[in-house]
Design a binder for this molecule. Structure first.
Ligand code: SF4
Length: 93
């Protein structure tokens, strides 16, 4: 992807100014083509959920082309660990 710095006063540059400060750099790099595709996906999901990571984890929009690639997914390993904890609690009661 060719890099194209954001021009001052452009639609993209104005959009960046409306974002939470902590996310401006990521979104700016994404819009200007200065980041990896994985980071661009993360930026899209964050902007889609108004920067709510939990909403990305719980996103149910499986028809979204980015859904299988979205960040903050609960891995199978974590799911198994949670299930084991629940089963351990239930068996001790
Ligand atoms: S995967 Fe979900 S959070 Fe990410 S862009 Fe698609 S709908 Fe939005």
């Amino acid at each position: 992807m060719p890099k194209k710095p954001l021009q001052e006063g452009s639609r993209e540059a104005i959009y960046i100014l409306t974002l939470p400060v902590g996310y401006r750099k990521m979104l700016s790099q994404s819009l200007s083509g200065e980041c990896a595709p994985r980071s661009a996906i993360k930026a899209k999901c964050l902007s889609c959920t108004n920067f709510n990571k939990l909403e990305i984890t719980e996103c149910r929009c499986s028809i979204c082309p980015l859904w299988r690639y979205r960040p903050y997914q609960v891995t199978t390993k974590v799911k198994r660990a949670k299930k084991a904890v629940v089963e351990a609690v239930l068996t001790t009661e």
